[in-house]
Design a protein around this ligand. Structure first.
Ligand code: GLN
Length: 220
């Protein structure tokens, strides 16, 4: 069967969603507890993948990959616990599900934080130390042109909003981009995990989402 032919999976026998989409179509979720969810859903759709807002464990079970959006990492953590998603999400990450975290999502993926709120926890998935609100008051929000490894040669216009940066990375972590003014690390990949300090969903340039959807396709 060619990749463009549809397959149907019986919902009752497999417990998975019925599928009438082409086999090459992957479902990419956006954690929809808080933050800029709609913009990521739009960007996923633009890559040709199927977007799905994820608020419940049953929805998490449906996705082939997940985006954790920007927002407020302390709030996202509390809501993850309330919605009983923290455990299932850790399990899926451990099982190899690709996850992309932008801004607050990058913070959520970090193993170590500087400027952590007192009761703040993370998913502890990427071997890196992330400093919250790192770029300081005067540059609470700014834009910069970045070179992102794996996202083509053209500069990427990156939007930073009270953004973190990565202070230190472990040996498994690939540095994909640095911010030109400070030289700080602002995009990384560790195997099936991707994180950016900026918000690629806020521009019409979908190259970072395409990179992530390709990671999801490779795993599926
Ligand atoms: N400073 C925020 C935090 O600590 C992140 C900001 C953002 O996601 N735009 O969660």
């Amino acid at each position: 069967m060619s990749a463009s032919e549809a397959v149907t999976v019986d919902d009752a026998t497999t417990g998975t969603r019925p599928r009438s989409a082409p086999v090459s179509t992957v479902t990419v979720g956006v954690l929809a507890l808080q933050g800029d969810v709609a913009e990521h859903l739009r960007a996923i759709a633009a890559t040709g993948a199927r977007p799905l807002a994820v608020r419940r464990p049953a929805e998490l079970a449906e996705v082939d990959g997940l985006i954790i959006p920007g927002g407020e990492s302390t709030t996202i953590w509390k809501l993850l616990a309330i919605f009983e998603l923290a455990g299932p999400l850790r399990d899926r990450i451990a099982a190899g599900m690709p996850v992309f975290g932008s801004c607050a999502g990058m913070i959520m993926l970090a193993e170590r934080l500087v400027d952590r709120a007192s009761d703040q926890q993370t998913l502890g998935a990427i071997d890196m130390t992330v400093r919250r609100n790192a770029f300081g008051r005067q540059t609470d929000s700014f834009e910069a042109d970045l070179r992102i490894s794996g996202a083509g040669d053209e500069p990427f216009r990156a939007v930073f909003i009270r953004a973190p940066w990565v202070e230190e990375t472990g040996p498994e972590v690939e540095i994909l981009a640095t911010e030109p003014r400070t030289g700080k690390i602002v995009a990384v990949r560790q195997g099936h995990l991707l994180a950016t300090a900026f918000h690629p969903e806020l521009t019409q340039d979908n190259r970072v989402h395409t990179l992530f959807v390709d990671m999801v396709r490779e795993r599926s």
